[in-house]
Design a protein around this ligand. Structure first.
Ligand code: ZN
Length: 205
């Protein structure tokens, strides 16, 4: 792609680093930003900058938050010893939308995936295991979706905590096969949390 402006080229190159954005789309977006009122573009830049520099991760559940302890963890009406283990904030949002879950979350920040070089040490697993060891957890609900990576991650965590006095369950299998959690419809997802099954039973199926 030949550019008449180095500034334009640089912006397009940066934009095309985003997932799913090729050079052509990047050019279209950049031209859009150039054509809209300057203030609007600056607002976008500002929002991204502040988000990047000011955002925090909840010190307890690792969910993205504006404060040290997120709104869910600090809510006294939540059941603090039932913890739903999820991959990222999109899963938290999807489950929250169902209004079927009143416990807390633990956000792993990914799934174990040797193919992508992601091991247990790259995820927020140790802090979860600590919570269980401290006796703070009555039930762990695995909600990682039924991919191979999800299964591997569930099993890894299960092995770490199986000797402790904690109930483990998983959202019904088959619900999210081939789908990531975030794409499952609210009613189905809500039902699968309410009707969760013991984790050990899921290993046998
Ligand atoms: Zn939290």
């Amino acid at each position: 792609m030949e550019f008449s402006s180095k500034l334009l080229e640089k912006a397009v190159n940066e934009m095309s680093q985003l997932p799913g954005i090729g050079k052509r789309t990047a050019l279209r977006l950049v031209l859009h930003l150039l054509n809209q009122p300057e203030s609007q573009t600056f607002q976008l830049v500002d929002a991204l900058k502040t988000m990047r520099s000011d955002i925090k991760f909840c010190k307890s559940c690792h969910n993205i938050s504006d404060v040290e302890l997120c709104e869910i963890c600090s809510n006294p009406n939540r059941i603090s010893d039932v913890i739903c283990v999820v991959e990222d904030i999109r899963d938290v949002m999807a489950i929250e939308n169902t209004s079927s879950f009143k416990g807390l979350y633990h956000v792993l920040g990914g799934k174990i995936s040797p193919m992508d070089g992601i091991g247990p040490q790259d995820l927020n697993i140790q802090t979860l295991v600590e919570k269980v060891k401290q006796g703070e957890v009555k039930e762990l609900i695995f909600a990682l979706g039924s991919t191979m990576e999800g299964d591997t991650t569930n099993f890894y965590i299960y092995r770490q905590i199986q000797d402790y006095n904690v109930v483990t369950s998983t959202i019904a299998r088959g619900i999210s096969v081939g789908n990531e959690l975030e794409y499952t419809d609210e009613i189905t997802l809500g039902r699968s949390i309410v009707n969760r099954i013991p984790f050990e039973a899921s290993l046998k199926s």
